[in-house]
Design a protein around this ligand. Structure first.
Ligand code: UDP
Length: 252
């Protein structure tokens, strides 16, 4: 896709979707969309808002590197190509309304919920599933809730969890080799959507979607345990742009 096409499309404001950190535009191909990463940052379910200069660029580059790495290691993702500084072409997905969180070290909400200090190693990775709903504040769900509410089938839940475990093993090692601890992170999955010749919408295989970046992961320096992720914004620690740039530098 040329930059002209992207600029023209954006100027026409033909947005398919706008979220807190990304905007999705049509691509001209019904099975593909352009995902543009914004500098806008929110935390605490939208209560705290701000701008992190250069974040869109950094998160697009970081996500592209990680999606490529996962694809090379047998994990199907929605990633197709990086188009310009802040935008990538991805497959159109029907996203499960479920956020899959993987935790290797106690931090964030888990520390509060179980009354343990941040930084304690977990004996094995914990997987948590949350209902993707801003109005409800993304409540924690168990498998029975998901089945009873019809959000996913037994097979789909098992597949999401097994993919999340594989992704965690791959990324934990990838970051460790680059001097970073992968503390926890959030994933979203969906089914690839295509339109058949007769116009019917066909749902295909389950792939990893959304983004993988310091907005959605906690990264700590392996030596100093310095935070290099969105907690710098959430907790007003300063050096936010520098932290995101450092993550890109380490994985480039
Ligand atoms: N996370 C996310 N989006 C959310 C909630 C959490 O990307 O809506 C990520 C978050 O960045 C962290 C992990 O999931 O890496 C676990 O977050 P936690 O449940 O501790 O919540 P937080 O303290 O980040 O609000």
């Amino acid at each position: 896709m040329t930059e002209d096409f992207l600029t023209e499309n954006r100027a026409k404001k033909t947005k398919l979707y706008e979220g807190k950190a990304k905007v999705v535009y049509p691509s001209g191909d019904p099975g593909l969309v352009h995902m543009v990463f914004k500098d806008d940052a929110t935390a605490f379910n939208g209560e705290k808002r701000g701008t992190i200069k250069g974040k869109g660029h950094l998160n697009a580059q970081i996500s592209a590197i990680l999606f490529k790495y996962l694809e090379e290691n047998g994990i199907p993702t929605h990633f197709v190509s990086l188009d310009d500084k802040t935008s990538m072409t991805v497959k159109l997905l029907k996203i499960f309304p479920i956020e899959v969180v993987v935790r290797n070290i106690i931090a964030g909400h888990l520390a509060e919920r179980v009354g343990r200090p941040e930084g304690e190693d977990l004996p094995f990775p914990i997987i948590e599933l949350y209902y993707k709903s801003d109005e409800l504040g993304d409540p924690l769900l168990n498998d029975d809730h998901i089945l009873a509410l019809g959000l996913a089938s037994r097979e789909e839940i098992d597949h999401l969890k097994s993919q999340a475990r594989k992704i965690n093993s791959l990324l934990k090692n990838f970051f460790m080799e680059r001097g970073l601890l992968l503390v926890d992170f959030k994933l979203e999955f969906g089914r690839v959507v295509s339109v058949a010749e007769d116009g019917t919408v066909v749902e295909g295989e389950i792939v990893l979607g959304d983004e993988i970046s310091p907005d959605t992961c906690r990264f700590w320096d392996a030596e100093t345990r310095m935070k290099l992720d969105k907690d710098r914004f959430r907790r007003d620690l300063g050096g936010v742009e520098e932290a995101y740039a450092e993550v890109l530098r380490r994985i480039s």
